[in-house]
Design a protein around this ligand. Structure first.
Ligand code: HEM
Length: 490
């Protein structure tokens, strides 16, 4: 009997633990969907990826949801976003809300995850890598690899559909490894070389531990104890050794390199330079250099190729926009003439196409910040420790800010004849001091390959194209995006 009572008491405690934080938003006076024990509001996402839209409709610009037991305040009010992402970024919303950072292995020192003064130091050290002067320096590399990629189409069989992400990703990898380390990984020609195989392994992160931690946060101490990491250890070791050897080469011969790694090596500091947690204003330690290099590869390879595949998909679905773009490309860049950095930057319609595609299909569907001290915004008190989420998909399709938001209309971004774009309703690269540091690089890389590709080819949907796209819980397409790349009759 005593055992049974003890058992019932344990079950009672466990149930209380599972629902304990769920009064958080009621106390704040914020409405939201009803959470389930342990898993919070996550089952709603599994049921429908339109969950955020449904919440916006029902609760307005602010609502509360739970990632497991952790509260997440969702905000789509532009005035509040201005405060959260820009005005109070340094004082209150400096960091992201990522938890269980140790699970990220060496990536935990990357700019995306580091916090406060350490973030400021690393950000100000690597930002100069992406000035227009630097981008001009890497521009010839980008052009070379774009040409190389388009040439591979000569050997493709006509009338065969292409998995577009798979098609563009070797180009993205070649560009980022060359711009970062001055090496020619040549994955465009040799897609199954060791570098791309290891990178693919690195990108296959385990996500189940997050679900375990979301339901049972205590599990993270166990994972830490056994040194568990969500990234593939063998691939991490491979990259760390590779980067160390690049670093050695760069140190031996500085004159040869003007790449991102050289800039980081030039600012190398020792761990001992960070005394009692007091951060110098600039500089990177060796583990930090390796982490940033890996983060660059992530951004430059996976996210850029996913974004490019969405742009090609939108162009295939909207042949009029594609034709207008091709006409502009033909005028600005006659075939076989070299493309200059300035001309590429100034091709406005190409910018409009990229912006519109990233509005409809933002590669990162949500950004977030952690509130590090209690603050009142628009009459709402947000307690210290509250994670704030911004669903970009909602903002980008909100009829308050966009006319016919479901349509692909690049012209809406035209400087002279476009719509008034609300500055806090559009943020495919995030917003404020913590936005994407690689944005200008990514846009240049995407523009270059689009010009080279559309000079000679057009993209079309085919029987293998899934319309509309269907996404999994991680907001990645369930099926690869398949399109036809056909030669243009000029
Ligand atoms: C089309 C491609 C890309 C997209 C859509 C993209 C999108 C984003 C977004 C949405 C964020 C979060 C911003 C925020 O929280 O406000 C971000 C952060 C970041 N991105 Fe990108 N990104 C891309 C390419 C790149 C590239 C090529 C690099 C590096 C070479 C890069 C490096 C980073 C870094 C380091 C951060 C963290 C910045 C910080 O915390 O200070 N990204 N990116």
């Amino acid at each position: 009997m005593l055992i049974l009572l003890n058992l019932l008491f344990c079950v009672f405690l466990l149930c209380r633990y599972g629902i304990w934080p769920f009064t958080f938003f009621t106390k704040m006076g914020v409405d939201g969907p009803r959470p389930f024990p342990f898993v919070g509001t996550m089952p709603y996402y599994i049921r429908s990826l339109n969950f955020s839209f449904e919440c916006s409709k029902k609760y307005g610009d602010v609502w509360g949801q739970f990632e497991g037991r952790s509260p997440l305040l969702m905000v789509t009010d532009p005035d509040m976003l201005k405060v959260i992402l820009v005005k109070e970024c340094y004082s209150t919303f400096t960091n992201r809300s990522t938890f269980a950072k140790e699970l990220f292995g060496p990536l935990k020192d990357g700019l995306t995850l580091v916090e406060d003064d350490r973030w400021k130091r690393i950000r100000s050290t690597i930002s100069p890598s992406f000035t227009s002067g630097r981008l001009r320096q890497v521009f010839p590399i980008v052009e070379r690899y774009a040409d190389r990629l388009v040439k591979t189409l000569d050997t493709e069989k006509p009338d065969q559909s292409v998995d577009v992400k798979k098609f563009v990703s070797p180009y993205c990898l070649d560009v980022i490894t060359s711009a970062s380390f001055s090496i020619d990984s040549d994955t465009t020609v040799n897609p199954d070389g060791p570098l791309s195989v290891q990178l693919r392994n690195l990108l296959k992160m385990k996500i189940w531990p997050f679900f375990v931690i979301i339901a049972l946060p205590i599990a993270q101490y166990f994972f830490r104890l056994i040194g568990f990491s969500i990234v593939n250890k063998a691939s991490v070791d491979y990259f760390q050794n590779l980067l160390k050897s690049f670093k050695h080469d760069h140190k031996e011969d500085k004159s040869r390199h003007s790449d991102f790694l050289q800039l980081m090596i030039d600012s190398e500091i020792n761990e001992s330079d960070i005394k009692d947690g007091v951060e110098p204003s600039k500089g990177l330690t060796e583990p930090e250099i390796l982490s940033q290099a890996l983060i660059f590869i992530f951004g430059g390879y996976d996210i850029t190729s996913a974004t490019l595949s969405y742009i090609l998909y939108n162009l295939a679905l909207n042949p009029d926009a594609q034709q207008t773009l091709q006409q502009k490309i033909d005028v600005h860049f006659p075939k076989h003439s070299p493309v200059s950095y300035e001309d590429l930057v100034n091709l406005e319609y190409l910018d409009n196409v990229i912006s519109e595609s990233m509005r409809l299909l933002p590669t990162a569907p949500r950004i977030d910040r952690m509130c590090k001290k209690t603050i009142q915004i628009n009459g709402l008190t947000i307690p210290e420790g509250t994670a704030v989420g911004v669903p970009l998909t909602n903002l980008h399709r909100d009829p308050r800010f966009w006319t016919s938001p479901e349509l692909f209309k690049p012209e809406r971004f035209s400087k002279d004849h476009g719509e008034d774009i609300h500055p806090y309703a559009y943020m495919p690269f995030g917003l404020g001091p913590r936005n994407c540091v690689g944005m200008r690089f990514a846009v240049m890389v995407m523009k270059m390959v689009l010009v080279r590709l559309l000079q000679d080819h057009y993209v079309e949907t085919c029987k293998d194209t899934v319309v509309p796209l269907e996404f999994n819980m991680l907001f990645q397409p369930k099926e690869p995006i398949k399109l036809m790349l056909s030669r243009r009759e000029l």
